[in-house]
Design a protein around this ligand. Structure first.
Ligand code: GLU
Length: 323
């Protein structure tokens, strides 16, 4: 599963973000990226594969700044590659997104007609352009307007180069937690990402937003109404949090299976249109119909999963499969 980290109010922002991403590594991801809003604009670095690839690609001097957002992606729309990795940028807006934007295709057409140019295949980049399209000097309002138009699930964190001490977060269907610090505030999709820095957290609910600035945080909803939230104290340690209250990881993973399966279907099995969308597999109907043999290459757990795939593919597609 994918992850979000955000921090505002410290010159350590780049290293805090990177360390936060590493805390989320245990959830699995295919690429990672970071955006820092500095005094001379916004810088984005993103890489396919492991966080260490991202770390190696960062020019730390160029990444100086006190506010930033970071992401580990688990692709639903578009191949797992560097261009599709988050943060996405549109003009001066940078955005990271967990989840799926269901009406992204229609929005992409509308925005395209207005002159927006897209680089990636993702639904998330469309949301980024939508925010930019609504931007009139106030990022909070632009995000609210954009979220009023999108359908689907999201946890997002958004920054703007002209508002360097601000992160706007929002959620619907994807978790987001705020870490309350002293002059520094944090955002994460998982408490593990931020709890090394603060134990005071606010769990956002669906439809809620957070405005993070160094001097404080403000919780509102998408309709711009104030929302009063309770600050909770984390009493667990990091190991316990990563184990989600289970005694050990294997038990946790067993109980997580339904959610893991739901997450991996998300955006891929399109129940409404009776279709499946697999990022990276771009075969025509003709090519699909002419497949004579399938080889699944895998190792370890994925080899076991591949054996199940062999049975399913042979049964439903009547094509010989070897693992
Ligand atoms: N749907 C988005 C994408 O494919 C976000 C995936 C995620 O949740 O990491 O880029």
């Amino acid at each position: 599963m994918c992850g979000i980290v955000g921090v505002v109010g410290t010159t350590d922002a780049p290293s805090i973000l990177l360390e936060g991403l590493k805390r989320l590594e245990y959830r699995g991801y295919d690429s990672a990226g970071i955006a820092i809003v500095g005094t001379d604009g916004q810088k984005v670095v993103k890489e396919k594969g492991k966080i260490r690839n991202l770390e190696a690609a960062i020019d730390w001097d160029a990444m100086a700044g006190t506010c930033g957002i970071a992401h580990t992606r688990w692709a639903t729309h578009g191949a797992p590659n560097q261009i599709n990795a988050h943060p996405h940028q549109a003009g001066k807006v940078a955005l990271v997104h967990n989840g799926i934007i269901e009406n992204y295709a229609a929005l992409k057409v509308q925005l395209g007609k207005k002159g927006h140019k897209f680089l990636s295949e993702t639904d998330s980049e469309v949301l980024t352009h939508l925010v930019e399209d609504f931007y009139e000097g106030d990022l909070v309002h632009a995000v609210q307007k954009a979220l009023g138009v999108v359908e689907g699930a999201f946890g997002i964190a958004v920054t703007h180069a002209d508002e360097p001490d601000l992160i706007v977060g929002a959620r619907r269907g994807s978790p987001l937690v705020v870490g309350v610090g002293d002059g520094v505030n944090y955002l994460g999709s998982d408490v593990a990402a931020i709890m090394a820095h603060t134990r005071q957290v606010i769990y956002l609910d669906d439809g809620e937003m957070v405005i993070l600035r160094p001097e404080g945080i403000n919780t509102i909803n998408i309709r711009n109404e104030a929302v009063t939230k309770e600050i909770q104290e984390i009493t667990w340690d990091l190991g316990q949090i990563q184990k989600g209250g289970y005694e050990h990881f294997m038990l946790k993973e067993i109980f997580e299976q339904p959610q893991t399966i739901r997450d991996s279907f998300r955006g891929r099995i399109l129940a409404e249109s009776g279709d499946a969308k697999l990022g990276g597999i771009q075969l025509t109907d003709w090519e699909l119909r002419n497949i004579r043999r399938i080889i699944i290459l895998a190792c370890g757990t994925s080899w076991h999963a591949g054996l199940v795939g062999e049975y399913l593919l042979e049964e439903y597609a009547h094509i010989p499969v070897e693992v």
